[in-house]
Design a protein. Structure first.
Length: 80
């Protein structure tokens, strides 16, 4: 049988914009709501680079890198 999927690989989300849904994103933990290429809204785990300021809830961010080993995205505020 034919198989079709609208699922997006996590690496393909790099470059997408989303909004922080956890209280904040810091160097250890955070959650971001983002829409995949098909328009489906999903929640992904996120962190900031070491030494960068924490990002508060509801801030728009950009997913700039995906760490496959840790299964987490590195994010930056979209206003940078």
């Amino acid at each position: 049988p034919a198989f079709a999927s609208t699922a997006t690989t996590l690496a393909r989300l790099v470059g997408r914009r989303g909004h922080v849904t956890s209280p904040e994103v810091d160097e250890k933990y955070g959650q971001v709501k983002v829409r995949d290429l098909g328009g489906t809204s999903i929640i992904v785990f996120a962190i900031v680079d070491a030494g960068k300021p924490h990002i508060p809830r509801d801030t728009e961010v950009i997913l700039v890198e995906y760490d496959a080993a840790r299964k987490v995205f590195v994010v930056v505020p979209s206003d940078l």
